[in-house]
Design a protein around this ligand. Structure first.
Ligand code: FES
Length: 352
């Protein structure tokens, strides 16, 4: 699409469409069609043409309706930048949820609509293996189907070799610094950064301070295996693994920003990890096609899912099943910083 300012927005949200394998579709590019996102012939008399494409498989996709995408026919999140403010909840939406029920946590977990939840991890739930304490915070029994999440707290020393057997592993460093040894290759790591461990590799953490780490396994695997020794080799075909947060290169999305950490640029094709900052605000209710885990790094607020809501605070974990409507509200003047990780991979800016 052109870089020119779009002065007429058909709809600043993508359309959820079920494509059929082998079928051809004509995506409207002129903005005049009344059957968005598809062409209805309204471009006639202009020099615009629809973009014709063939679906390779049966799948649900989000097609761009705003026509600002640079990845037509698919939404690339550009609709979020068409206005100065990210789509926030309207007074009508806020009014419609005024009877939503505040869910108080039970055993640290506030269960919201559709299986979404807010969890405050408790140290009492940790298992211990030498100098690492760990607990699942998103697992199969919580309703997750795509990814799992463990919180690891590492004390000074060297951990055993750890492994999520046969799946992608993505680590995020919340606090502390040290070295991550991936099957014999060592990386210096610090807070506000992520690292990718490829399927089949084991890893260990070497540190002289306490570190808090979140470990995502994808596809879903709830078991973290503790090994006495590693018999795996570092996959030399993918040397780059570590990505640190750099505010200067973050993607600006209206009045908020995000930066992808672990994703395809370090060879991770299944899952995307990002860090994002949101201002004092309440997002409009929206959905994603992916299953998502969020860790609140700083700040506090509320998670709304339609008929229910829960308080969220620094250190909490949020689980969002795919297609679950939700709205995260930040109630801190200083904003909220969060780490998100989701499957299937893509852009965190894409929602509907
Ligand atoms: S709807 Fe156009 S980029 Fe998302």
């Amino acid at each position: 699409m052109s870089d020119e300012k779009i002065d007429y927005v058909v709809e600043n949200k993508p359309c959820l469409v079920s494509l059929e394998a082998g079928k051809k579709y004509a995506w409207c590019t002129c903005k005049n069609s009344k059957t968005q996102p598809f062409c209805d012939g309204s471009h006639k008399g202009t020099d615009m043409r629809p973009m014709v494409f063939k679906a390779e498989k049966d799948e649900d996709v989000l097609l761009c309706a705003c026509k600002a995408t640079r990845s037509g026919p698919y939404c690339d999140g550009s609709h979020n930048n068409l206005e100065d403010v990210y789509a926030e909840a309207t007074p009508e939406e806020i009014e419609s949820m005024k009877n939503s029920v505040l869910i108080a946590p039970e055993n640290g977990k506030a269960l919201l609509d559709g299986g979404a939840y807010v969890l405050t991890p408790s140290d009492g739930n940790d298992k211990i293996a030498d100098n690492v304490r760990y607990q699942p915070v998103i697992a199969e029994e919580d309703g997750a189907t795509k990814l799992s999440l463990h919180r690891l707290i590492v004390s000074p020393g060297t951990t055993s070799w750890l492994q999520y057997k046969g799946v992608d592993t993505v680590l995020y460093f919340v606090s502390g610094a040290g070295t991550v040894d991936i099957a014999g290759k060592q990386f210096s790591v610090d807070r506000e950064a992520g690292i990718y461990v490829r399927p089949g590799e084991a890893f260990r953490v070497i540190t002289d301070q306490e570190m808090t780490i979140y470990a995502t396994a994808c596809p879903m695997l709830s078991d973290l295996t503790i090994l006495q020794e590693h018999d795996t080799c570092f996959d030399e075909s993918q040397q780059e693994r570590y990505v640190a947060f750099d505010e200067k290169t973050a993607n600006v999305m209206a009045n908020r920003f995000y930066q992808e950490l672990v994703d395809t640029k370090v060879g991770c094709n299944e899952v995307t990890q990002f860090i994002g900052q949101i201002p004092l605000s309440r997002a409009a209710m929206h959905r994603h096609l992916y299953e998502e885990a969020i860790v609140i790094l700083t700040g506090s607020g509320r998670m709304w899912t339609g008929t229910k809501w829960a308080e969220v605070n620094t250190g909490d974990v949020l689980f969002l099943p795919h297609r679950q409507g939700h709205s995260l509200e930040c109630t801190d003047d200083g904003g909220m910083l969060l780490m998100g990780v989701f499957y299937p991979s893509g852009s965190p800016a894409i929602n509907y």
